[in-house]
Design a protein around this ligand. Structure first.
Ligand SMILES: NC(=O)c1ccc[n+]([C@@H]2O[C@H](COP(=O)([O-])OP(=O)(O)OC[C@H]3O[C@@H](n4cnc5c(N)ncnc54)[C@H](O)[C@@H]3O)[C@@H](O)[C@H]2O)c1
Length: 270
């Protein structure tokens, strides 16, 4: 990989990846619709580019080998921003990449694609999607777009089902789902370098003792997370016990996203 492009580089994960991947690739191009600051050594900056702008995206992808696609609405929101950023913007990103001959896309998907799977069960990358909101549905759409562009156009796609990207875990659920900053940088780095990729799903979590998400790709591509949320368990459990989580949250992998706007029947969700 000579030149990589990070979309959404002004955001929380984008900033950490921009810093962490700088110097590991000859050129790191960063883009966002928000301000990005001046280009550092080894960087190219494309500022003020919205995912709505297909021609602009195509220009930003010229001579790019791989895209790390982070830009989008990162939480549950009304339909309008999700439609604009995660559906239309996602399509524009894939289409611009195809037109420019980009080989690989590493897509920031989410655990909210599988949120309504019962938390009592360990799950892997083969379980059917069970999104827990409009945001989760948009990430399922993103993964499906990747499937299409891999099968139909031969692009190499890795979907990162990111857990909880935080400096440290903040609550009981994050003892399962935490992804530390340094593990995130390492994960994206191995995803960019891995050989033999067609269409893959990998869970973005640290080496948490309570992790319940497993996939076959992590070991295959050499993902070796160093951090474990368990180091923070004592301080978290002083403030909150697992049974303090409301039932509609603690029953499911998606946690509080499952409880948002919930008016379903818990007894029917197997
Ligand atoms: N933070 C997490 O724990 C987490 C978990 C799962 C998945 N993700 C995914 O990772 C990605 C990055 O998340 P984050 O926490 O850094 O979010 P963030 O909001 O901090 O960053 C997102 C960036 O995307 C940009 N953006 C949004 N819409 C855009 C558009 N239409 N055109 C151009 N730029 C646009 C924003 O300006 C922002 O800088 C998102 O796709 C999110 O869904 C994050």
């Amino acid at each position: 990989m000579h030149r990589i492009l990070i979309t959404g580089a002004a955001g929380a994960i984008g900033n950490v990846l921009r810093e962490g991947l700088r110097g590991r690739y000859p050129v790191v191009r960063v883009t966002d619709r928000a301000a990005l600051g001046p280009a550092q050594k080894g960087e190219e900056v494309v500022e003020g580019l919205d995912l709505a702008d297909l021609a602009g995206l195509e220009a930003a992808m010229k001579d790019v080998d791989a895209v790390v696609h982070l830009a989008g609405t990162p939480v549950e929101q009304p339909w309008e921003p999700i439609l604009a950023n995660n559906i239309i913007g996602l399509h524009n990103t894939y289409e611009a990449a195809r037109r420019q001959g980009v080989k690989r896309i590493v897509f920031a998907s989410s655990n909210h694609t599988i949120g309504f799977h019962p938390r009592g069960r360990h799950i892997d990358e083969t379980v059917p999607p069970r999104p827990d909101g409009r945001y989760g549905v948009s990430k399922v759409f993103g993964e499906a777009m990747g499937r299409l562009y891999a099968d139909k156009h031969g692009m190499e796609i890795i979907n990162l089902r990111i857990g909880s990207f935080q400096p440290k875990p903040k609550n009981v659920r994050m003892l399962n789902t935490w992804l530390s900053h340094r593990d995130c940088v390492h994960l994206v780095d191995v995803c960019l370098r891995a050989a033999g990729i067609h269409f893959e799903i990998i869970y973005g979590v640290s080496a948490n003792s309570r992790n319940k998400w497993h996939d076959s790709l992590a070991a295959r591509i050499g993902y070796r997370p160093q951090d474990n949320a368990e180091e923070y368990a004592a301080e978290i459990l002083v403030a909150m016990q697992p049974e303090d989580e409301p039932l509609t949250e603690r029953l499911f992998h998606g946690g509080e996203y499952c409880a948002m706007e919930f008016d379903g029947d818990l007894a029917k969700i197997g």
